[in-house]
Design a protein around this ligand. Structure first.
Ligand code: GDP
Ligand code: MN
Length: 376
């Protein structure tokens, strides 16, 4: 789950990381008021869930309250990487002498958190990583042990001048505590501003939370942003379905993630392209099948739908009822291929047969049938 900069700031400030004072605004008037409260000069920054705002014109300086209103109006009219800007952060401008980069993320291949730092932070960090990778330093951390300060000090002294190493270490330890305690997959400060008086201040923040750890942090659920998810994905989450939209034209409704993956594999094996991954879960009700069909149906590319159910805790007759309700409710005019086996398969097949629908037993046969139906 990605957070907006202002949300990331909130978490980091709670963890003790210093930022210039700032306010969120949803209109030019609010932004002007925020600038008046903070006292110009201020920086106006688009709040979108993507990086590279600076280069896209989403970060602007303002020397007066009026200018702040004008700049905010311009930024609120922008689309950054297709995304409209609904809010800006108005932050007190700081006199940045040096831009450092400091982040912690997960190195999946090493199965460890990794610390990343650079003396050349700022908007060009991605290019730098390609052009001069030696400018970007990394250090793996042992997730089971307390961080070892001497090793961290040695690492930081390769990036920061001696006089700033202790302050950077304090910051880093606070970042790491947040990273671990909230199950983050990324915390990033770029730029970490070196000021004229030698102190460090975070001038931008990015936090990504691990969705799989979110159940442990109900207090963070309120940070969820609709912008991160497609309409389909939001509807699926509300209905308790695991859904991922894909580019193909064969809709899939399957029970169990493993079977859903195997179904997509077979569709590809026989020359087709799945339109989605959809797992209705282990204990599916007619309502879930109905919700699944309603989500799939919105996809204009869809040519046919395959329902592949291996009944266990899920009962085939429940699935059959869901299919029939969905068909009755809103004329499902696409070809539908159903494969049902397992618990209550006979009852399920009978319910479908009464409405003129066949229930296949063999999975490959069902996959071939749906591909045939999609390409008459
Ligand atoms: P990003 O482009 O999405 O990473 O947005 P940032 O918030 O990092 O801003 C981009 C750049 O604007 C930074 O790298 C800085 O160079 C500059 N910037 C942002 N805030 C300030 C500020 O308060 N003072 C100064 N001098 N520059 C700033
Ligand atoms: Mn930045």
């Amino acid at each position: 789950m990605k957070l907006y900069e202002y949300q990331a700031r909130e978490l980091l400030e709670q963890a003790g990381v210093p930022f210039p004072p700032g306010r969120v605004a949803a209109s030019a008037e609010q932004a002007a008021r925020a600038a008046a409260e903070l006292g110009p000069p201020v920086v106006i920054k688009a709040q979108v869930l993507t990086g590279g705002r600076g280069k896209a014109g989403g970060v602007k300086m303002a020397r007066s309250v009026e200018e702040a209103g004008g700049r905010a109006r311009e930024i609120l009219a922008l689309r950054i990487k297709e995304i409209p800007v609904a809010r800006v952060l108005v932050a007190k401008e700081v006199d940045i002498r040096k831009e450092y980069y400091l982040a912690i993320t997960v190195d999946r291949s090493a199965k460890k958190p990794v610390l990343i730092a650079s003396v050349s932070g700022g908007v060009d960090i991605e290019e730098l990583a390609v052009r001069e990778p030696e400018q970007i330093l990394t250090l793996h951390l042992d997730p089971q042990a307390a961080p070892r300060k001497p090793a961290l000090r040695r690492f930081l002294s390769r990036v920061f001048p001696d006089s700033q190493v202790e302050e950077a270490l304090g910051l880093l330890l606070r970042l790491y505590r947040l990273f671990q305690s909230k199950d983050c997959s990324l915390v990033e400060i770029n730029p970490l501003a070196g000021l004229a008086d030698g102190s460090l201040l975070a001038a931008d923040a990015k936090v990504v939370l691990d969705d799989n750890g979110l159940f442990k942090h109900p207090e963070l659920e309120g940070y969820r942003n609709a912008e991160e998810y497609s309409e389909d994905e939001s509807a699926a989450r509300a209905a308790g379905l695991a859904f991922v939209g894909l580019d193909g034209d064969i809709g899939c409704i399957v029970n169990g993630a493993g079977l859903a993956m195997a179904t997509m594999d077979q569709i590809k094996l026989f020359g087709g392209e799945p339109a989605n991954f959809l797992d209705v879960g282990g204990s599916s009700s007619p309502e879930k099948v109905l919700a699944a069909l309603n989500i799939l149906r919105k996809n204009p590319r869809l040519k046919a739908v395959l329902i592949n159910i291996f009944g266990g805790i899920t009962r085939c007759d429940d699935i059959a009822r869901g299919i029939l309700i969905a068909r009755a409710q809103a004329g499902l005019d696409l070809p539908l291929v159903i494969r049902l086996i397992g618990a209550n398969q006979k009852e399920g097949a009978e319910l479908l047969a009464r409405e003129g629908l066949a229930a296949l037993k063999d999975m490959s046969q069902a996959v071939k049938a749906v591909l045939g139906a999609a390409r008459p």
